[in-house]
Design a binder for this molecule. Sequence first.
Ligand SMILES: [Zn+2]
Ligand SMILES: [Zn+2]
Length: 206
Amino acid sequence: MILEVFPSGPLETNSVLLACSRTRHAAVIDVPPDSYDFLCDSIEKQTLSLQMILLTHSHWDHIGDLAKLKKKFNVPVYVHAADAPNVENPGVDGLPRFFPIAGVKPDHNLEDGQMLTLGDLQIRVIHTPGHSPGCVCFYLEKEKVLISGDTLFCGAMGRLDLPTSKPALMPSSLKKIAHLPKDTRVIPGHGEETTIGDESWINKNT
Ligand SMILES: [Zn+2]
Ligand SMILES: [Zn+2]
């Protein structure tokens, strides 16, 4: 497995480049503002073949360079249906934007429990509404990696006071990931990586 994290844009949003080392098939998870050059360089240098763009959710800081990346590689974009409107028309989620962001019509909806295949990698979609209604985490069971978006950070959970947040749903969303093996690496949407074991507070809070 190849896994690279590029913090990008004004909120240092993590863009994740994930690939199967055997087939070179790659996925980008979240495309923050200013992530385009890093991603293209890394894909080219490692002779990866981009297969898909996955979104943990649709906030502007996770989709700033999505239209550019989609245009260059012409690969399908996946997002949960509840967050799809803001991908197509950035701003309909009511968050202020600090610069214009081009919309993209998503190609596929992500659903809870869905499995995505990327070369030899199997990626499970876990729907974790709360921070936004269509938040998902991506779980690689064999590799013990969880890409958690803005649901879980090192020492904190995502904000629940945004216009489309669903605070009442967050406890059950955290419960869904709290039972994963303790040594699962967690790559959050912002900040340093952590592990499920180091975030054992989510058990007590749910
Ligand atoms: Zn967010
Ligand atoms: Zn974010």
